[in-house]
Structures are given as structure tokens and as C-alpha cells.
Design a protein. Structure first.
Length: 174
């Protein structure tokens, strides 16, 4: 179950709330490039962007990122109503997409099973704090939680948000 702080907060407003994190990331990358220029090192911005994103970006969790934009995760067992759980699950899915985080291969999980995995484990794992931008996307593949040839429980995957510039080639056929 998800609790939204600040009723009426639309998707565009949630996206803008991480603008400070985007600016901080850009500033840190600029400083790395400037230092490399002063020291006569590599000045390729892509190199320093990758270095920052993989080595220097602060550690957070997707749950904390959701919380920063006003979405609170509540334990799955606190929501007994399946309809309310379904609506809140989609709020989480859409907000994750706003943050550049996309789910893949979820059809083998019921809403409750998916939410339980996301809330209880996956969204609480440590990740680098990479704010949403044109070049930064995170993919969470739930197919690893399936037994081979798992049957579809729901038809959710075709409705999942996708990044504007396409999916990684390995997942486009899914």
C-alpha cells in the first residue's frame, strides 16, 4: 500500500521534486572534468559521468527515492483490500517510472506478490542515487523470481511504463 503525501500531486510535480538531485549530479560531474583538465588527465565527460554514477554517487534505496517524492511504502499485510492494493501498486509503478526506474516481466506475479517483493525487499536494496535524466534508467527484472515456464497470473507487462527512448534490446521482445 502506498500513501501519497500532499494530495493532488500530479506526475509532473513528482518528477520536478528531484531536480535538486539532478543539479547535484551535474555539478559533481563538472567538478570531476574540471579537475581532470587542471591535472592534464582524461577530460571525456562520458568517462567521468560513468565514473560518478558507478563509483561516487551516494547510496540510497528506491524506497527512499519514492519517499523523497511523497510516496510512502506500507507493509503489504497492512492493506487487506485487493482493490486498494492494486491502485497503490500502480501508483508505485508509475512513480518509479517518473524516477527512471522500470519494471520488467511481472506477469507471473499477482498484484499482492509483486507488491510484497517490491516493498519487502527489492525497493529497499541499496542502489546508487541516480536522479531521472535522459541518460539514466534503471530496470528491475522480476523474471528472476519466476520458475521456468511460469504461467501468467495477470496481463500487466504490456501496460507497464517504458522509457521514451525504448527498452534495452534484450527485453524488447518481452
Amino acid at each position: 500500500m502506498v500513501m501519497m503525501q500532499g494530495h493532488g500531486m500530479g506526475r509532473g510535480r513528482r518528477q520536478g521534486l528531484r531536480a535538486g538531485a539532478v543539479a547535484d549530479r551535474e555539478r559533481a560531474i563538472d567538478e570531476l572534468v574540471e579537475r581532470a583538465e587542471r591535472e592534464g588527465g582524461c577530460t571525456d565527460r562520458m568517462f567521468w559521468t560513468l565514473h560518478y554514477d558507478m563509483e561516487l554517487a551516494p547510496i540510497t534505496s528506491n524506497a527512499r527515492q519514492l519517499q523523497e517524492v511523497g510516496v510512502e511504502l506500507i507493509p503489504e499485510d497492512a492493506c487487506r483490500d485487493d482493490g486498494a492494493l492494486h491502485r497503490h501498486l500502480w501508483e508505485v509503478i508509475e512513480t518509479l517510472a517518473d524516477l527512471g526506474i522500470y519494471l520488467l516481466r511481472t506477469d507471473h506475479l499477482s498484484d499482492r506478490e509483486l507488491y510484497r517483493l517490491l516493498e519487502g525487499r527489492i525497493l529497499r536494496e541499496p542502489v546508487r542515487d541516480l536522479p531521472p535524466s535522459a541518460g539514466v534508467h534503471e530496470y528491475i527484472d522480476l523474471g528472476v523470481w519466476a520458475i521456468p515456464d511460469a504461467a501468467k497470473v495477470v496481463e500487466r507487462d504490456r501496460l507497464l511504463p517504458k522509457p521514451d527512448r525504448g527498452m534495452p534490446p534484450v527485453f524488447e521482445a518481452d
